[in-house]
Design a protein around this ligand. Structure first.
Ligand code: GLN
Length: 545
């Protein structure tokens, strides 16, 4: 029997519902249960693929090629369960499905309405194929209770609560208990109001997860319990912690998983094995040294834009028992050649993350050259790799105007371009783009073959890998022979040999560029080998400078 746990949010956004859901998933797993986590996003985009990272942070990509909300990244990192396309849905996708059915005549003349048609689609999504061995499906509802666009989602989960009964459904509400310094008190009123709002749409939460920056006094817990109609033991203190990987342990200490099991009247649950989380917390809080990595990207004012990269770097730190500090460096600041690169002095490694478009591209090229010439470990990811390849073409192979056709359609040396440009010709592709939006993205998991004896083959300890992609442009394989004359090696190719996936500079402490996004598959318990190896090189570098 599968049970469903719904996680809603109140009072304000950004309380960390995604991490709370992921942490509860990890706690249930630690007791031997199978979990699947899902996110219901009330916004109107069909998926977040077209959204700027400035809006919702990074776009997380699954193995099966879905562009999803970044919370799915938290779910994967905390539970190790690979997310799928079917784990994230938006209002936009639901409506587009309904309208498609309506146009096909599937509704046989009925009037299509929010209730029941939209709510039924949402319920179908929640109940659809959870996968093998799943005991609990955890569904996080995006946004905050009271948002107009969230109403159909709340109505759908209310109905599920009714249909499946309390023995199969549990509602957890995440709220905020602000401390008001002038009053010297923690305030419960916003939580009371938020729960009232939830109850007015027919949902009585059974567990309250209360974010706060200090302990909740017992009498306040009692007050919240009685005003919000929950058991006092179900008012769970969710106090700020130092690191997100402390959250599962902290919530367990406050009794979250015990309360969930109690709600479901599960009395024979195995005791949790949290030794893995203890080990991670130990390593994170007792590092043996520190390295500083410069992340040179365009969205440095929105740290969530590089969430998975930052997490993967910290996993690399766990693998090497060091703390990794990330210095966010805005690549646009060195688009102008007259601007010095002194901010890169002293970093122990440079990471060039993914990106799109012209702004900041030249800055990345300059940072890549700095890393190559100054022998600083450098890791180029997707756009970052493309910029490194262009840098090598321009400055080592003498192909002066080498570029990506993303930024210069007429470049005489299209080092990076669209596959169709090579088969159909550039002019034809430009014409096609005016009618539809051009080449499609390569999305999701693709295999690559690694060259025997290369650094990457050694790092992975394998000859064949699978990694997740999200890009439209490719490095142009026609230039491989020319570039390889100048000290770089294309050490990873698509299995048919046509698409460069990885390049490296053997005569350098650590210089690897990858066309895919390895950060998406890194997990605290399984740091990605490239990130572990990159941080190991940064540790060496830190001993030199
Ligand atoms: N803009 C590049 C492309 O579309 C790189 C994308 C990325 O870094 N994710 O190929």
């Amino acid at each position: 029997m599968i049970r469903y746990i719904f996680i809603t949010g109140g009072v304000v956004s950004s309380l960390g519902k995604g991490i709370a859901s992921a942490a509860l998933g990890a706690l249930l797993q630690s007791r031997g249960y199978g979990v699947r986590l899902r996110k219901l996003d009330p916004y109107l985009n069909v998926d977040p693929g077209t959204m700027s990272p400035r809006q919702h942070g990074e776009v997380y990509v699954t193995d099966d090629g879905a562009e999803t909300d970044l919370d799915l990244g938290h779910y994967e990192r905390f539970t190790g369960v690979s997310a799928r396309q079917s784990d994230n849905i938006t209002t936009g996708r639901i409506y587009s499905r309904i309208i498609e059915k309506e146009r096909r005549g599937d509704y046989l003349g009925a009037t299509i309405q929010v209730i029941p048609h939209v709510t039924n689609e949402i319920k179908d999504f929640v109940l659809s194929d959870p996968g093998e061995g799943v005991d609990f499906v955890l569904c996080e509802i995006g946004g905050t209770v009271g948002d107009i666009e969230g109403l159909p989602f709340f109505e759908a989960i209310r109905q599920l609560g009714q249909e499946l009964g309390p023995e199969r459904t549990c509602f957890i509400h995440l709220t905020l208990l602000p401390y008001i310094p002038a009053a010297g008190e923690m305030k419960t009123k916003p939580t009371q109001h938020s729960v009232k709002e939830l109850r007015s749409i027919g949902i009585q939460p059974q567990i309250l997860l209360c974010r706060c920056d200090r302990p909740i006094p017992e009498n306040e817990k009692g007050k919240i319990a009685s005003f919000c109609n929950v058991r006092p033991s179900s008012v769970i203190e969710a106090r700020d912690v130092r690191h997100i990987y402390d959250v599962p342990l902290a919530y367990h200490a406050e009794g979250l998983d015990q309360e969930v099991l109690r709600h479901f009247a599960i009395n024979d649950a195995p005791a949790p094995d949290l030794s893995g989380w203890d080990r991670i917390a130990q390593m994170i809080h007792n590092p043996d040294g520190e390295v500083c990595i410069g992340l040179v990207g365009k969205y440095t004012d929105v740290p969530d834009a590089y969430k998975s990269v930052a997490e993967a770097l910290s996993h690399g730190g766990v693998a090497n028992n060091v703390k990794v500090t990330v210095r966010l460096i805005n690549s646009e600041e060195f688009d102008d050649d007259s601007r010095p690169l002194d901010i890169l002095e002293g970093v122990h490694g440079i990471i060039l993350p993914g990106g799109f478009g012209e702004r900041g591209a030249h800055g990345k090229i300059r940072a890549s050259r700095f890393a190559r010439e100054r022998q600083v470990p450098c890791f180029g990811i997707c756009y970052g790799m493309q910029m490194s390849v262009i840098e090598v073409a321009r400055n080592l192979a003498g192909l002066k105007d080498a570029n990506t056709t993303e930024n210069d359609r007429k470049t005489p040396h299209p080092l990076v371009g669209l596959m169709e440009e090579w088969t159909k010709g550039n002019e034809k592709v430009i014409r096609d783009e005016n009618t539809d939006k051009g080449g499609t993205m390569r999305l999701g998991a693709y295999p690559a073959r690694l060259k025997k004896g290369s650094r990457v083959a050694d790092v992975y300890g394998a000859n064949e890998i699978s990694e997740r992609h999200r890009h439209r442009y490719e490095v142009n394989a026609a230039y491989i022979p020319e570039l390889e004359k100048h000290g770089v090696v294309f050490s990873g190719l698509s299995p048919d040999g046509t698409l460069p996936e990885i390049f490296e500079i053997p005569d350098h402490p650590w210089f690897i560029g990858v066309q895919f996004h390895p950060e998406l598959k890194s997990r605290p318990f399984e740091p990605h080998p490239l990130f572990a190896s990159f941080i190991a090189a940064a540790v060496k570098q830190s001993r030199l400078v």
